[in-house]
Design a binder for this molecule. Structure first.
Ligand SMILES: NC(=O)c1ccc[n+]([C@@H]2O[C@H](COP(=O)([O-])OP(=O)(O)OC[C@H]3O[C@@H](n4cnc5c(N)ncnc54)[C@H](O)[C@@H]3O)[C@@H](O)[C@H]2O)c1
Length: 263
């Protein structure tokens, strides 16, 4: 299937590492020009360099998405450089340590909600007027199955992502008439450097044998008996932001090996 992403302009938040970086490179490989956002300027530079080295165009946008004025400036720069933004992927997130809710730091809680929920809402607020004016746009929000079915020790993160899911459905109803599709990809556990780092720390804490037993137990929660890879998420995102998915809006697609099957 040709997703026809050639010359589309895609902005990916949190694209300085992990799944966001993988998606940014995926858009570039599919022919899109990419605006690379992350709060981590070094990560942004690395992604932009990799995209350019592969022969595609990319613009660095090292901006904190919790700052609405900075986000509006970022969209202005993207439109000045490339003329418009066709596709927005709200991927940036932060997850504070795995702790019971009552033991979490309220400041960390506010930061999680600010990055995940307000970041998504600010980027959407800034990009939508142009999409509506042009009568064309795709917004794709990254959630997590922790928000779909609940997850202990990830309460703040899940609450913020649950907000993203609700925001997606409501805004999809408002902007559908302008030919703007808004959807969610909801990954289960995915082997990004972030998850691999957490696993390494756990291995150190538990010892190799107990960690392996735990990892086997985790895999048994997945009917497909595998942990996701970054390309599993990228493939779903490229499809849902292409015109091949023009009749899909307000939907939540889990990419989770069957971990949760939500009706
Ligand atoms: N890896 C998994 O198992 C998994 C599972 C479910 C959902 N997800 C979701 O997938 C997405 C990517 O996760 P990942 O594993 O690649 O994690 P990651 O930590 O590597 O990526 C998140 C990126 O967001 C950036 N970011 C944080 N705050 C920001 C801000 N204020 N402004 C701009 N950028 C900011 C970070 O610098 C980082 O580069 C996230 O939305 C995450 O919630 C991941």
């Amino acid at each position: 299937m040709d997703l026809q992403l050639t010359d589309k302009i895609a902005l990916v938040t949190g694209a300085g590492s992990g799944i966001g970086q993988h998606m940014a490179q995926g858009f570039a490989a599919a022919g899109a020009k990419v605006v690379v956002n992350d709060i981590n300027a070094e990560g942004v530079a690395g992604t932009v360099e990799a995209i350019k080295a592969a022969g595609s165009e990319a613009l660095a946008a090292p901006v904190d998405i919790t700052d609405l004025a900075a986000v509006e400036g970022m969209i202005g720069s993207a439109e000045a450089a490339f003329g418009r933004v066709d596709i927005l992927v709200n991927n940036a997130a932060t997850l504070s340590e795995h702790t019971l809710y009552l033991e979490t730091d309220p400041t960390a809680c506010e930061r999680e909600i600010s990055v995940i929920l307000f970041g998504t809402m600010h980027c959407s607020r800034a990009v939508l007027p142009g999409m509506i004016e042009r009568g064309y746009g795709k917004i794709l929000n990254i959630a997590t199955d922790a928000a779909r079915v609940g997850q202990e020790r990830e309460v703040n993160y899940s609450a913020a992502k649950g907000g993203v899911i609700s925001f997606t459905k409501s805004i999809a109803k408002e902007v559908g008439r302008h030919n703007v599709n808004v959807n969610v990809v909801s990954p289960g556990a995915t082997n990004s450097p972030m998850r691999i780092g957490l696993q390494e720390a756990m291995k150190e804490k538990l010892g190799e044998e107990r960690w392996l037993a735990r990892e086997e137990k985790v895999k048994r929660l997945y009917p497909l008996r595998r942990i996701g890879e970054m390309e599993d998420v990228t493939n779903a995102v490229l499809f849902l932001t292409s015109d091949a998915a023009r009749q899909i809006t307000g939907q939540i697609l889990s990419v989770n090996g069957g971990f949760a099957m939500v009706g």
